[in-house]
Design a protein around this ligand. Structure first.
Ligand code: G6P
Length: 597
């Protein structure tokens, strides 16, 4: 038996309109959370209709016409499997024995084997290998005792160990959806005469204009004309909706072929949005960081590379050393976290399980938590003492681009706030808008042609020094993620300590060498690679005869180069993926919000 529904996106709709097209559209928006299989359940004239299959949403739609299902209440699911079969039986929604209760779930029920055994002994028949399937069967048991759907959900939730957000429907009340969560996200959206529940506000974008956050273990009961909320003890709660920011309503590719390119192109505006911050709050956070006995930054993937640039800025500008610990390793260091520690957690989604886990431990040890997030109403934001928002709007390509640039801007603002120079930092970043645009304009077409030439290479190496070292790693990560070509990024000085052995005639080596204090030394390392046959792709504002391909970048001040040098590397990765026929928005095996440890 397998856990097969670990990440995934869920959405439910109750309203006056036909539900399936709305749910289908919502699933399309959160498909980045998983795209192995998908399904929708609706009630039409009291009968449960269920359609699910393996494949991407678009493929399932053309086979089964999911969006044409009838009924005004529906739940849907899009799945990302970690292990176990990607099969139709394992796809959600899952039902009880009588096929009158349907459930979609995101998370892991750790004790599902035990529960399944008990349920099987009581005569329940299972049709999938998933942990999820215990939920409709548990609800079925409770509803046999004349309990309503919400009473049944309240009764079974304490029996579930692990993390979950799930939505349930029953033929007993076909206009109702009941949802609850624990350690997995679930937002409630309100629209015109309609209610939504979804694992990401993006799913409701364009249709909901208000949001209600649901705390851990709370229960939402959505009906056609009402939404009610209860705590785990069944006490009714009063909740105040908040407005959904308009930037979260925009989820179209517009004229772009892929979200990745659209999001790369949005970066000048993302910088402008990132500096819309409260000076006083920034200065206070900066002072807390300066006063702290130790500062630890924790993050995963691209967010961690932004943190590595931040570490450099903190040291250079604020003279404050901090450590950056990979979130999946952070909790192993929890013993040395105390009340004199400031933990900065960086996460675009604010839902990455490893980050959440580390922050929980740090909070238990009384550390101050400051988070840097993009998505509204995230778990991470809810558990932080201070939250800094990136303000760059929805990022839908699995590979992060504009959120990275926004994170760099926030680190720049924080480090200059340490020396009371918030206003200077805002001005500097605003000045970068046109430089980023210029970098794109100068290089987009040329990098497209370069990617055509290099797309069949098996290995790429990326080197840089100082503040740009993390950009070398980020450039390599981008290429790996979207084109599936092996790539490594490292400090230029490290190349000769091993990796140089891998350089052969024609191996592409991207050298990030702005005309700053690192130029001469980086050039020596590039020369060492070139002497062994490397093809040098150099990102610089100063030409050198050793370059085989010069990616010209504008001159900026030394601490701002990362905001420029990352751009051509994003473009190179994008064009390589597209010229190889890959979908850069949905790379194989990956997902945008990794809600599993
Ligand atoms: C996944 C995504 C990456 C992202 C990382 C951290 O691996 O595919 O693009 O950088 O998670 O995500 P976060 O939301 O915490 O920044």
């Amino acid at each position: 038996m397998y856990n097969t529904n670990i990440m995934c996106g869920i959405i439910g709709y109750c309203g006056r309109e036909t539900a399936a097209p709305v749910v289908f559209e919502g699933l399309r928006r959160v498909e980045y959370r998983g795209y192995d299989s998908a399904g929708i359940a609706t009630f039409n004239n009291g009968t449960l209709l269920l359609c699910k299959d393996v494949g991407k949403l678009g493929e399932i739609e053309s086979r089964h016409h999911l969006s044409k299902m009838l009924g005004n209440t529906a739940i849907g699911h899009t799945r990302w499997a970690t292990h176990g079969g990607v099969t139709q039986a394992n796809a959600h929604p899952h039902c009880d024995c009588t096929s009158t209760i349907a459930v979609v779930h995101n998370g892991i029920i750790d004790n599902y084997q035990e529960l399944r055994k008990q349920l099987s002994t009581n005569g329940h028949r299972f049709t999938s290998e998933t942990d999820t399937e215990v939920i409709p069967h548990l609800i079925e048991e409770e509803m046999k005792n004349k309990r309503s759907l919400e009473e049944a959900v309240l009764a079974i939730a304490p029996k579930l160990k692990g993390s979950y957000a799930f939505l349930a429907m029953s033929s007993r009340d076909t206009d109702k959806i009941v949802g609850t969560r624990k350690d997995s996200p679930l937002a409630i959206g309100l629209g015109n005469g309609a209610f939504f529940a979804a694992s990401d506000v993006l799913a409701c974008s364009g249709i909901a204009n208000k949001l209600i956050p649901l705390a851990d273990t709370e229960i939402a009961v959505l009906a056609r004309d009402s939404a009610e909320f209860y705590d785990a003890a069944g006490r009714k709660l009063t909740k105040k909706p908040t407005n959904l920011k308009t930037q979260w309503l925009d989820t179209d590719k517009q004229s772009y072929d892929y979200f990745m390119l659209k999001e790369i192109m949005e970066q000048p505006e993302a910088l402008e949005a990132a500096v819309r911050q409260d000076k006083k709050a920034f200065t206070e956070i900066a002072m807390d960081i300066l006063r702290a006995g130790q500062v630890i930054v924790t993050a995963c993937g691209t967010s961690r590379y932004a943190a590595l640039v931040g570490r450099y800025l903190f040291s250079k500008v604020g003279r404050k050393f901090c450590d950056v610990v990979m979130a999946s390793e952070f909790h192993y260091f929890a013993d040395s976290v105390d009340r004199n520690t400031v933990v900065l957690a960086v996460s675009q989604s604010g839902e990455t399980a490893d980050v959440i886990e580390g922050v929980k431990r740090a909070r238990d040890n009384k550390a101050m938590i400051v988070s840097i997030v993009n998505r509204p109403q995230s778990q991470l934001a809810n558990m932080s003492d201070h939250v800094i928002y990136l303000n760059c709007g929805p990022e839908q390509c699995v590979a992060a681009t504009k959120s990275f640039l926004s994170q760099l801007a926030v680190f720049y603002l924080l480090s200059f706030s340490m020396v009371n120079s918030f206003d200077k930092a805002v001005k500097d970043i605003k000045g970068m808008k046109s430089k980023v645009a210029k970098t794109i304009e100068w290089n987009n077409e040329r990098l497209k042609r370069l990617s055509e030439r290099l797309k069949y290479k098996h290995d790429f190496y990326y080197i840089a020094r100082g503040i740009n070292f993390a950009i070398a790693s980020e450039g390599a990560l981008k290429l790996k993620e979207v084109s599936y070509i092996h790539a490594e990024g490292m400090p230029a000085g490290e190349l000769k300590h091993g990796t140089l052995a891998l350089i052969e005639q024609g191996t592409p080596v991207a050298v990030i060498c702005p005309n700053d204090y690192t130029y001469d030394e980086t050039m020596s390392n590039a020369m060492e690679a070139k002497s062994r046959g490397a093809y040098i792709i150099a990102l610089s504002d100063r030409k050198n005869q050793i370059f085989d391909f010069w990616v010209k970048i504008p001159k900026v001040s030394e601490l701002l180069y990362p905001m420029i040098t990352v751009i051509p590397l994003q473009l190179l990765a994008y064009h390589t993926a597209v010229s190889l026929g890959k979908d850069p928005d949905k790379p194989r095996n990956l997902a945008k919000s990794v809600t599993v440890k």
